[in-house]
Design a protein around this ligand. Sequence first.
Ligand code: CS2
Ligand code: MG
Length: 412
Amino acid sequence: MTAVARIRSAEVLVTSPSRNFVTLRITTDDGVVGLGDATLNGRELAVASYLRDHVVPLLIGRDAHRIEDTWQFLYRSAYWRRGPITMSAVAAVDMALWDIKGRLAGMPVHQLLGGASRDGCLAYAHASGADLEDLGDSVRARLDEGYRAIRLQVAVPGMGGGYGIASARASGGRYTYEPAKRAGLHIEEGWDSRRYLRYAPELFEWARAEFGPEVMLLHDVHHRLTPIEAARLGRALEPYDLFWLEDCTPAENQESLRLVRRHTTTPLAIGEVLNSVWDFRTLIQEQLIDYVRASVTHTGGITHLKRLFDFAGQYQIKSGSHGPTDISPVGMSAALHVGLAIHNFGIQEHMAHHELTHEVFRTSYRFADGFLHPGDAPGLGVDYDDAAAERFSYEPAFLPAARLVDGTVHDW
Ligand code: CS2
Ligand code: MG
């Protein structure tokens, strides 16, 4: 007799312990609980409504064990496919069902995915600064914590900023960059590609001279260059041996990466704003990238992310799971279970969550000597503290926009 675990309830939980998170909690008739992350930064309530109004009614009474069937049902029966809202909602259900299956089996999710393929997941941290001295302090703090791979972002002189910067000096050495701002108003930042292109190679020349050849260095362009500019940057950075150059040009037009690839051997990572295996098809089949930057939260959950990574693996492309603070601890844990299990793991982003976030989400993943491990607790290994969550009500927050010097809206 096959065991059935009927879904009794599914709740959409919104909380804001330092930033907004949307979580789906599914409970079976026997009281087994599973959690899924549905946080879409700056558009959180759209996914909350999609789940509450359109998905939860379809879940009640279904067998929580039927993960693949539920995934296909939610994806195909919606008729309106793909996109960040749909794929985040499907992801939350998928993660919660894997969590339930793991708890019922008494096994961590990575065991259900085939077991560990490695001892831990190589993680990279963020370092940034208002200038090189400030950035240096930030890098040293990350190295002291044990990271072996670090993403470097620094303000471009004369531009009054740049993407992904928190001053280490101003935050007392603690890295506190948070993309979404609670100010309520839409924040706009300036951008000048010519200044940036002149400065980026200087940044990495400095970094190699300062920190030597061993540390793995990463950099995020955040979609701001044209393909030919990206090609030029990739080539200029070759002497500094980057682990990867991320989102060097917007990738909706996947073919544009052909041009970049023709000119540079700097490894390329793409994909945090893409949501499905179909969005990556040309990038993967033509080997136009080296790392898939998808997140478990925005790409249909564990089931679809694994399918995407397996596809990439046939082309010697590795995983590089998106892991900023806007992926909740539930999403981070799910990404780690996948990362530990798959063969073609590359690296995991780790932008550590605020202490308040951990008061709501009790996690069992751990970091040591540059590596993350999801832990061996059954399921995903994350518990949600309702009493703590109730202390932090939702606060609207917006991602910034970028404008060029003449006022034109640019890619942020
Ligand atoms: C970034 C993200 O981590 C990254 O690589 O690109 O922090 C991104 O800006 C945010 O996830 C946007 O919500
Ligand atoms: Mg990025």
